[in-house]
Ligand binder design. Structure first.
Ligand SMILES: [Cu+2]
Length: 495
């Protein structure tokens, strides 16, 4: 893993604010066709979410002020039942309109929570009542969905993240109890040059044509005197809103099988997680049971990815479950696992080298043939927007003024997205309102793994298939907030 904190350079808040002017206010409302959502019923809501500013006590000496759901971080865990309609009241006590996105659910545009698709805003100092039928089952989450641009106090840089668990009819795997973990950083700042892990994906064979294109674009930008585009770094890290060593430990008994439901709630970061002396049996990715549950020593989660994994507690002691990056773990990204009857200082040990490979959880047979294929190439214009990198899909940076669909879907058809990454960054690619099946990763065919976010490695290729079965505008974007906000987004519509 290449980590270089020396590259890290804080820049002043003034520059950040100056950059904010790059992006228009997010309060505009695109005209969208009316959707198939029925008006929510009257009476008492099943759940109430209140957006307001508040404090998060990450540690007694590290208290941050940010926007929260119901005054807490993470927001309340919402347990829903697959197929059982719910009514949710969302109150916005802040001065700016908000969007609340139900990540990973197959919902209508009216409630999905993306202005670009046509979801109405939750007005400042106002509220929206929404009704929907939850699904698919499994680990989902909810988060704000704005375009903060250079304003690192807003969007998913804030504390507006919460877990949704949609109870399935049958749980994957035998376990004794569930533990939910929300991984999240606070106090973001802009830096030049990143320290993000980028060499952790399996089969890291770069596609020559993509590498040549990306590297020559980068060389040309450097030759013209541009520095590296801004990245975002953080000074505080937490699991379930507490820095390592500052919250309650997870208390376990020897022989217990604990099902961890882990959400990467970061705006921009890719996370790893290991527990010395233990292995994770991955049973679901993004909430969907995998064809082949397999034990691995380390988990990797791109921004917005979720993993459900069972750990058999068979190595008694007091352990740190945490990020592999010493710096991030040292600043809070971890949680203590405490066996009954044991005491002492929590121990950390670096796991064996391991590369993350989605395909080990899938089937080797090829997926069904698609009805149509959409080709996409992702490119970076280094530092092109006042020092921020601009991102394009097929040469187009998404326009927040036009909000135009670029790809057109035919209802009922199986659509393949063939993606090519002409940059050296890892991109957690996300599709709204639909789940997709991984069909080819870095040259290898796979099938049976259903997700809604997937990491595309630097200079690599990726194919996913989905069935166009949820009419209405559908947003597709990189879930790295800084990439999404500066162009890496597009809209699908149905024809
Ligand atoms: Cu990206």
């Amino acid at each position: 893993m290449t980590i270089d904190r020396r590259m890290f350079l804080h820049i002043g808040a003034a520059s950040a604010l100056a950059g904010a002017a790059l992006r228009p206010a997010t309060a505009q409302m695109p005209s969208a066709p009316p959707d198939n959502a029925a008006a929510p019923p009257q009476g008492k809501a099943d759940h109430t979410i209140r957006i307001s500013s508040g404090l998060v006590e990450l540690a007694s000496d590290h208290i941050v002020s940010t926007k929260l759901y119901n005054g807490q971080f993470p927001g309340p865990l919402l347990r829903l039942k697959e197929g059982q309609p719910v009514v949710v009241d969302i109150h916005n006590d802040t001065d700016t309109p908000e969007q609340l996105h139900w990540h990973g659910q197959t919902l209508p545009v009216e409630v999905d929570g993306a202005a670009e698709e046509g979801t109405p805003y939750i007005p400042a100092h106002g509220m929206r009542r929404i009704g929907f039928t939850p699904g698919p089952a499994g680990l989902r989450f909810y988060h704000t969905h704005l375009v903060p641009g250079a304003d690192l106090a807003n969007g998913q840089y804030s504390g507006q993240v919460g877990t949704v668990y949609i109870e399935p009819k049958r749980e994957a795997g035998r376990y004794d109890r569930e533990v939910f973990l929300m991984l999240k950083e606070f106090q973001p700042s802009l830096s030049r040059g990143g320290d993000m892990a980028s060499d952790f994906l399996a089969n890291p064979v770069r596609v020559k044509s993509l590498e040549d294109a990306g590297e020559s674009a980068m060389r040309a930008s450097m030759a013209s005197g541009k520095p590296h585009g801004y990245e975002v770094g953080y000074s505080l890290f937490s699991i379930n809103g507490r820095m390592l060593g500052h919250g309650e430990p997870i208390r376990v008994k020897q022989g217990e099988r604990v099902l961890f439901h882990i959400v990467n709630g970061s705006a921009t970061e890719i996370r790893s997680l290991a527990l010395p002396g233990h292995r994770f049996e991955v049973v679901a990715l993004d909430g969907n049971p995998v064809p082949k549950p397999v034990e691995v020593p380390v988990l990797w989660l791109g921004t917005a990815e979720r993993i459900s994994a069972i750990v058999e507690m068979k190595t008694p002691g007091i352990w740190v479950m945490g990020d592999l990056a010493d710096d991030d773990r040292g600043k809070g990204m971890g949680i203590v696992i405490e066996y009954a009857g044991r005491s002492g200082k929590p121990k950390w040990a670096k796991p064996v080298p391991y590369r993350w490979d989605y395909t080990i959880f899938g089937k080797q047979d090829a997926a069904a043939a698609p009805d149509e294929t959409l080709e996409m190439i992702f490119e970076k214009n280094n530092a092109a927007l006042d020092g921020f990198n601009e991102w394009t899909i097929n040469g187009v940076a998404f326009s927040m003024e036009k909000i135009e669909p670029m790809f057109h879907l035919r209802r009922g058809k199986r659509c393949r997205l063939k993606m090519r990454n002409a940059s050296d960054d890892v991109h957690p690619i996300h599709l709204h309102r639909h789940s997709f099946e991984l069909t080819r990763i870095a040259g290898r065919a796979t099938s049976g793994i259903i997700k809604d976010v997937v990491m595309l490695g630097g200079y690599q290729e990726l194919e996913v298939d989905f069935v166009a079965d949820n009419p209405g505008r559908t947003l597709f974007h990189c879930h790295q907030q800084l990439h999404m906000d500066f162009g890496f987004m597009t809209l699908f519509d149905y024809v």
